[in-house]
Design a protein around this ligand. Structure first.
Ligand SMILES: Nc1ncnc2c1ncn2[C@@H]1O[C@H](COP(=O)(O)OP(=O)(O)OP(=O)(O)O)[C@@H](O)[C@H]1O
Ligand SMILES: [Mg+2]
Length: 155
């Protein structure tokens, strides 16, 4: 599915609003593909009101939101060794109430949780303002809302 930025954000907002926690969503794609754009939209939909800076250097940021949920945003781009994952508390991730959003999940190799989503974002050649989005379900994570979402279904 090909989405412009507004459509991608609308889908992300909807995910944040409706997805059941705990859930793990891996966001894949090249530098600038839109992983952070989507993560922020999901966070916003889940009730994160502060800006979500890129966790590129500290690797993990937590945002408690209402109704006992928590958005956990990770960016593993700079991960150098598996040890760093354990220091981050990787083994406790996807605990009750957590919406875990992971950029560069491939850096965690075989250590991804059993049940998760993978969202792939591709920048088509010659069309810098849209993204081809592919969604893969691994195991049985809680459902994601479908896309595309028409404007009327965004509220
Ligand atoms: N259809 C689109 N969807 C998402 N982002 C888009 C789209 N079109 C243009 N953009 C732009 O692409 C950029 C995506 O940046 P973003 O920080 O989300 O990338 P990223 O995948 O997180 O990269 P990194 O690996 O560096 O963290 C933003 O500047 C955004 O405005
Ligand atoms: Mg990013």
């Amino acid at each position: 599915m090909r989405l412009d930025e507004a459509e991608l954000k609308r889908w992300g907002l909807r995910i944040g609003q409706v997805v059941e926690a705990p859930v793990f969503i891996g966001l894949r794609g090249a530098l600038g593909a839109g992983k952070s754009v989507l993560a922020r939209a999901i966070g916003s939909g889940a009730g994160v009101f502060e800006t979500m800076p890129s966790p590129t250097y500290n690797l993990l940021m937590r945002y408690p939101v209402e109704s006992g949920r928590e958005v956990v945003h990770l960016d593993l781009y700079r991960l150098e060794a598996e040890d760093e994952l354990w220091e981050l508390g990787w083994s406790q991730l996807v605990s009750e109430g957590e919406i875990v959003l992971v950029e560069w999940p491939e850096r965690a190799g075989h250590l991804l949780p059993e049940h998760h989503w993978l969202v792939d974002l591709f920048v088509p050649q010659d069309e810098p303002l849209v993204r081809d989005v592919e969604v893969r379900r691994i195991g049985t994570p809680p459902a994601l809302p479908p896309f595309p979402l028409s404007v009327s279904s965004s509220g």
